[in-house]
Design a protein around this ligand. Structure first.
Ligand SMILES: Cc1cc2nc3c(=O)[nH]c(=O)nc-3n(C[C@H](O)[C@H](O)[C@H](O)COP(=O)(O)O)c2cc1C
Length: 200
């Protein structure tokens, strides 16, 4: 059975919704799944005026937080982070930067990886966020499995680099059907590929 970790940071909850969808799709694809959020590093007082951020923080703060072991354990990892200034968010990068000792002993290598993100605007940096993530995964020695246009549904969500959601001007647009289908597709593709590699 393929072991899949879904490891994400989310401030205002879109990433949480996307990660849950991927975790469910990964289980549907036959994987044993760990869903782990990257713990909030900001003082809640700093986002108290943001109801969505506060609600997501309260809803997830007691859930298991990601550690390096969640990568070591897994055959495949799907990472998620909001786009901030065209790159992954700082709390997500802090988690990544905590992995040096595991990287040094090769414990992050030879696993299947992919990513997802969200941003407020259509050209707000989703692709650069995913490419930034993938540069790090190259340093891991990871096997990056992007979705490409490997299914007709990818022509609807339109992101061959991973999966991305546009949260809209008010940061409140729900994840649409095309994006949900793309999240399901990414989870299935990653689990299937990891399964093939472990059989081979
Ligand atoms: C500091 C900061 C920087 C951001 N930078 C961008 C950006 O470069 N492009 C963009 O479209 N949205 C940007 N956003 C909006 C976030 O991408 C959006 O709120 C996020 O994808 C929501 O994901 P979440 O609900 O999982 O936190 C930024 C938000 C913050 C707080």
């Amino acid at each position: 059975m393929v072991k899949l970790s879904v490891i994400y940071y989310s401030a205002t909850g879109h990433g949480t919704t996307m990660a849950r969808r991927i975790a469910d799709a990964g289980a549907d694809a036959g994987a044993e799944v760990r869903l782990r959020h990257v713990a909030e590093t900001n003082d809640p007082a700093t986002f108290a005026q943001n109801p969505a951020w506060t609600a997501n923080y309260e809803a997830t703060k007691d859930h298991p937080a990601a550690t390096g072991d969640d990568i070591v354990w897994a055959d495949a990892v799907i990472f998620g982070s909001p786009t901030r200034f065209g790159s992954p968010a700082a709390p997500f990068r802090s988690y990544i930067d905590s992995l040096g000792a595991l990287w040094a002993r090769g414990a992050l290598a030879d696993k299947v990886y992919a990513g997802f993100t969200s941003s407020q605007t259509a050209h707000g940096g989703q692709e650069t966020t995913l490419i930034n993530l993938y540069v790090t995964l190259m340093h891991f020695g990871g096997i990056i499995v992007p979705p490409g246009y490997t299914d007709e549904l990818k022509f609807a969500d339109g992101n061959p680099y991973g999966v991305s959601h546009i949260t809209g001007g008010d940061n409140q647009s729900p994840v649409d059907d095309a994006t949900n289908a793309a999240l399901d597709h990414l989870a299935h593709r990653v689990v299937t590929t990891a399964g093939r590699l472990s059989v081979g």
